[in-house]
Write a protein that binds this ligand. Structure first.
Ligand SMILES: Nc1nc2c([nH]c(=O)n2[C@H]2C[C@H](O)[C@@H](COP(=O)(O)OP(=O)(O)OP(=O)(O)O)O2)c(=O)[nH]1
Length: 352
């Protein structure tokens, strides 16, 4: 299975609006006249993921006196209207680092609203580079192992970028087990063999005792495969099994605090801006947002489409999986609209 499946990273959860140790300076001076910049067209920004021979990734620290000063970012900058993204990125890396870069695959394009502006951060892998790399604008540089990226305070738009580099592209939501537990467990094992590394165990119509037994067996299989597990809606069962919990949207308004310790993942299903804001405020590690396209299981519900997904994505910096009538073929589209990847039941559940 393609799409950059990797080990899930359980980095510390930050309030993305206030990264630890580095409060970005608020905009200074009198309010500018004219239209609200936060409501205008997004500023187009390109950035590159540059690796060294050991696979470490280059971060640059934003210098004092600039917007978001002190935070770490992927090198790059604003895109001139007449440039292609690749040409803009080559120019920025030449100006900032003195290197000649070969721009590779698109990683993710993150729409992000900041209090004073809107941004679209378009991030590419750098396939190759040459030249004596150094900070030509006085910026500090750091080569960071991939699993340590989440420790660096970054602007909100970079949180989905780090997730795209470190967390699974696909999120399997299990179907109900019907009446055959053995067949369900064997299909689950085949999904893991196929490369699934993040799973929501969900069976709303299963009796509690049977579900506890089945979820425990599935969690053991996932553990052996190195996959991360979250159980649907039940923090108590999650604690008993030592796995994460995936909250229903309706639970978000009932919880005041994150229901599990920081070393266990918490996620949520979201349908609108209020759900997303609540999930982020609760300290969820990621969320699932939909319905993006009509699906047989939710034929009546409102459909966001990709433009609806993107405009909701802009309001939070949580990694977001797109759900609803989607499968692996939609992965590149999800990334283009700021999604971490795809969540699905049918598309990731092996056929008999
Ligand atoms: N290069 C880069 N910029 C980022 C990242 N994340 C993020 O929010 N940004 C923001 C910071 C800036 O507002 C904008 C990039 O603009 P820039 O680096 O060319 O600009 P600048 O300091 O002159 O920008 P500004 O103060 O006028 O906003 O994108 C990132 O990972 N890399």
């Amino acid at each position: 299975m393609g799409g950059g499946q990797r080990e899930p990273a359980r980095g510390p959860t930050r309030d993305p609006a206030r990264p630890p140790g580095h409060d970005p300076e608020p905009p200074t001076g009198p309010p500018s006249p004219g239209p609200d910049p936060a409501a205008g067209a997004p500023v187009e920004v390109v950035a590159g993921v540059i690796r060294d021979a050991r696979g470490r990734i280059l971060l640059a620290r934003r210098t004092q006196g600039r917007d978001l000063a002190g935070l770490w970012e992927f090198p790059g900058g604003k895109h001139e209207p007449e440039e292609t993204p690749a040409a803009a990125l080559r120019r920025e890396l030449r100006e900032e680092l003195g290197i000649e870069a070969e721009v590779g695959d698109a990683l993710i394009r993150v729409p992000q609203a900041y209090p004073h502006k809107r941004l679209r951060l378009d991030v590419y892998a750098i396939r190759a580079w040459k030249g004596p790399l150094r900070g030509l604008e006085g910026q500090a540089l750091a080569w960071v192992p991939v699993h340590k990226l989440a420790d660096y305070p970054m602007p909100p738009a970079d949180i989905p970028v780090v997730a795209a580099l470190t967390q699974p592209a696909y999120y399997l939501v299990t179907p109900s087990p019907g009446d055959d537990d053995t067949a369900w467990l064997s299909a689950f094992e085949r999904a893991l063999d196929g490369g699934i590394r993040r799973v929501q165990l969900r069976a709303p119509d299963c009796a509690p005792d049977r579900w506890r037994r089945l979820a425990s067996q599935a969690a053991a299989l996932a553990d052996r495969a190195g996959a991360q597990v979250l159980v649907n809606a039940d923090p108590e069962l999650a604690r008993q099994l030592g796995v994460g919990v995936h909250l229903r949207a309706a639970q978000l308004s009932q919880l005041r605090t994150r229901p599990l310790a920081a070393d266990l993942p918490v996620a949520a299903s979201c349908h609108d801006a209020d759900d997303l804001a609540a999930a982020q405020a609760l300290g969820c590690d990621f969320a699932v947002l939909g319905t993006v396209a009509p699906t047989p299981s939710h034929p009546q519900g409102p459909v966001l489409g990709w433009s609806g997904f993107e405009s909701l994505r802009e309001q939070v910096s949580l990694p977001l999986y797109a759900i609803g009538g989607l499968g692996p073929d939609d992965f590149a589209t999800a990334r283009h609209h700021g999604g971490q990847g795809i969540a699905a039941i049918r598309a990731f559940w092996p056929a008999d």
